[in-house]
Design a protein around this ligand. Structure first.
Ligand SMILES: [Zn+2]
Length: 189
C-alpha cells in the first residue's frame, strides 16, 4: 500500500478541488478517511485471516464494489446529519465513491505484497498494474519508523506529489475561473 498519509493527502486535495458549496468538519474528515479506510483490513491478520483470503488484506475492502458501498453510505450519513438536500447529497455521493475507489488502483502501483482484489466479490483474482513504481509500505508502526518507511515516503512524494499538485491545481483554477464567470454574468444581468 502507499502510506495512509498519501491516501489521506490525495483525498483532502481532491476534496478541496471538488468541494460543494457547503463544507464542514464532517466533510473534511470523510475526504481524509475514505481513501485510507480500506487499509483498516490489516486488522484481519489479528483474527488469523490469511493475506490472500477473501477478507484478507487487499481483498474485498480494496474492491470497487466496497468503495461504492462505503462512499454511498458515508454520503447518506453526512447528508442526513447535516440536513442536506438531495442534489447536494448526490454530489457528495459521487465524490465520496471516487475518493474511496482511489485506494485500490493506487495500491496496484506498488511493487510488493499480493495484488488487489479490485473486482471482488465477483472476481477474487488479485491484480497489479504492469507498471509498479511505488515502494510497498511496511505494515505496522515499528516497521514504518525505519529506513524502509522513510524510503517509502520519499518515493511517494516523487511519484504522487507532482501529479497530485498538478491535477488539484488545475481543478482549483477551473473552479475559480467558473465562479468569476458566474460573477461577471450576474453583474451583466
Ligand atoms: Zn491498501
Amino acid at each position: 500500500m502507499p502510506t495512509v498519509i498519501t491516501h489521506a493527502a490525495i483525498g483532502l486535495g481532491l476534496g478541496a478541488a471538488l468541494r460543494p458549496a457547503r463544507t464542514g468538519h464532517r466533510y473534511w474528515l470523510a475526504c481524509a478517511l475514505l481513501p485510507a479506510i480500506p487499509d483498516a483490513d490489516v486488522i484481519s491478520f489479528s483474527f488469523g485471516i490469511a493475506y490472500g483470503d477473501f477478507l484478507g488484506h487487499r481483498g474485498l475492502s480494496h474492491s470497487l464494489a466496497f468503495a461504492v458501498a462505503l462512499g454511498l453510505a458515508t454520503a447518506w450519513t453526512v447528508g442526513w446529519w447535516e440536513k442536506r438536500q438531495w442534489p447536494e447529497t448526490r454530489l457528495l455521493a459521487m465524490l465520496f465513491v471516487l475518493l474511496a475507489a482511489s485506494h485500490g488502483p493506487m495500491d496496484m502501483l506498488t511493487n510488493g505484497g499480493l495484488g488487489i482484489a479490485l473486482f471482488s466479490p465477483f472476481d477474487t483474482s488479485r491484480y497489479f498494474w504492469d507498471w509498479q513504481p511505488i515502494l510497498v509500505s511496511p505494515i505496522g508502526l515499528a516497521n514504518f519508523l525505519s529506513p524502509w518507511g522513510w524510503a517509502v515516503i520519499k518515493n511517494e512524494l516523487t511519484w504522487f506529489g507532482p501529479p497530485t499538485v498538478l491535477v488539484v491545481g488545475l481543478l482549483l483554477l477551473h473552479r475559480r475561473w467558473r465562479s468569476r464567470l458566474r460573477a461577471t454574468t450576474s453583474i451583466a444581468e
